[in-house]
Design a protein around this ligand. Structure first.
Ligand SMILES: [Fe+2]
Length: 265
C-alpha cells in the first residue's frame, strides 16, 4: 500500500522589516538576516507545501508590508501570515489580503488544518486572545473534528522560563487551552515572538516556537540579552495519521553576511 506523502511546511517568524532597507533591531540588519534565511530555505527545502509567517512581519512600520510581500513572493509557495505585537492587524489585512502572501484565518491542506489567530493587543507587547479569536477557533475546530489541527499565533501561550519574555505571554492562555482541550484533533500550538527555539508538550499537544529571521534572544535570562547565534526557521513534516516531525534550521555562521551580525554601534 503506498504511503501518503507528508505535508511539508516551514515556519518563519519575526522579520521586523521596515520601509528603509538595512534597518537594524538590537544592532542586527533585519534584511540581511531574512535574505540569509530565504537563501537557506531555497537550498535546503526547495519543495514545501506552504510557509507560516507567525508575526512581527514589520517593525512598527505599516508601510513595510509591501516589502514583506516583495521578499516572500519569490519563494513561489503560499505564505500564510498572522500579526504580532509589532504589526498592524488592519494594515496587514488590507495589504496582504490576496496573492500568495496573505493572512487567511483557516487553511486546510490534506489531512491537516491550520488556524491562524491574532494574539496582538493594541498598545502593548503583551498577548491577548479577544473573544472573537477564541470563538473563531472553537467554530473551525468544531466544524472539522477529523482533520489534525495546528494552531498558530504570535505570542507564547505558556511561560518559556525566560523571565522578561514571560511578562508578555498570551495573558488569557488558559482560555485558549480551555478551547483546545475540547478538541482531540489538536496536534500542535506554534508561535514566534521569543526570537528563540522552543519545544515542549502539553499532554499530546506539541508546543513549538521558531527562531527569528533577525536578532536572537538568549533563553533563560532575566533581562533581554542578544544571542549571537544566526537566524533560522522551523520545518515540519505532517503525516496523514497525525504524526508530526519537526526541527529547527539555522543559517551557517560562515554564510552570514557581516551586516547580519550585531553592529557595535
Ligand atoms: Fe519579534
Amino acid at each position: 500500500m503506498p504511503i501518503a506523502a507528508p505535508l511539508r511546511v516551514l515556519q518563519v517568524t519575526d522579520l521586523h522589516l521596515k520601509t528603509q532597507p538595512g534597518s537594524r533591531v538590537w544592532g542586527v540588519d533585519v534584511d540581511a538576516g531574512l535574505s540569509a534565511v530565504l537563501a537557506h530555505i531555497r537550498e535546503k527545502h526547495p519543495v514545501v507545501d506552504f510557509i507560516l509567517a507567525t508575526g512581527d512581519l514589520v517593525g512598527d512600520d505599516p508601510e513595510a508590508y509591501t516589502r514583506v510581500r516583495q521578499a516572500l513572493e519569490p519563494l513561489d509557495v503560499p505564505v500564510h501570515c498572522l500579526p504580532g505585537n509589532h504589526d498592524f492587524p488592519a494594515a496587514l489585512g488590507r495589504r496582504l489580503h490576496d496573492g500568495p502572501v496573505r493572512w487567511q484565518r483557516h487553511v486546510v491542506a490534506g489531512d491537516w488544518q491550520f488556524v491562524l489567530l491574532d494574539s496582538s493587543f493594541p498598545g502593548t507587547p503583551e498577548g491577548h486572545l479577544a473573544p472573537g479569536e477564541l470563538a473563531l477557533l472553537d467554530t473551525v475546530l468544531a466544524m472539522d473534528p477529523e482533520r489534525h489541527a495546528m494552531i498558530c499565533l504570535h505570542h507564547n501561550p505558556v511561560p518559556i522560563d525566560t523571565p522578561w519574555l514571560d511578562t508578555m505571554t498570551v495573558g488569557n492562555g488558559e482560555a485558549l487551552f480551555a478551547v483546545l482541550d475540547r478538541y482531540p484533533q489538536v496536534r500542535a500550538v506554534v508561535w514566534g515572538h521569543i526570537h528563540a527555539e522552543f519545544s515542549g508538550r502539553r499532554g499530546a499537544v506539541h508546543l513549538l516556537a521558531a527562531p527569528a529571521t533577525c536578532v536572537q534572544f538568549k533563553p533563560g535570562t532575566p533581562e533581554p540579552q542578544v544571542d549571537e547565534r544566526p537566524p533560522g526557521y522551523r520545518w515540519f513534516e505532517l503525516h496523514p495519521d497525525g504524526r508530526l516531525e519537526t526541527g529547527v534550521e539555522r543559517v551557517e555562521p560562515s554564510r552570514m553576511p557581516a551586516s547580519a551580525r550585531r553592529a557595535s554601534t
